[in-house]
Ligand binder design. Sequence first.
Ligand code: URA
Length: 197
Amino acid sequence: MNTKQKDLDELRNVCNSCMNCELGKTRINIVFSDGNPNSAKAILIGEAPGENEDKTGTPFVGRAGKLLNEFLEKVGISRKDDLYIINTVKCRPPKNRVPSDDEKKACEGYLLKQIEIINPEVIIFCGATALKSFWDKKIQISKIRGEILEIEIGGKIRKCIPIFHPSYLLRYHSLEEGSPRDLMLKDLTKIKNLIKA
Ligand code: URA
């Protein structure tokens, strides 16, 4: 087993018994990650596990996850090989509410450690919750999505790109120029060009 995998397995074991916040009391499973830590060029950070993720222990497996998969396939990003997928918190918030600042803070060390171990070329903030965990809380995702931000995370300046969350795209079906789905395809194409350059 390589060191990346070993470090991640150790961290996963710590998370499995974590009770740093109230979410530990109601979770079925922690949702640690999905993707290949050895080949991933980008980390995608979502919001929080939902019901299906809590049941399976895997991020983005419900309706939003299926839509994300479709978009990734369309632009030629492999979920399995190109991405390492995590969330701002590892446990499901009851009734799928947005995780609180305290809950995110309690989980932040795990997230930063995963970023440090994977050391990705690009970080994708998938949705407003992920974006606001690292950027100005007043910013609207629609104003900044698709921009390449340079942010110091874990002692290193990293290229970070905010994109819409797929659950937002579930509400808009048009692929017209400038529609949310069209912008998502453009942003993911930009990411693909960055990671496959
Ligand atoms: N939404 C997220 O942000 N993350 C998941 O894992 C599932 C749905």
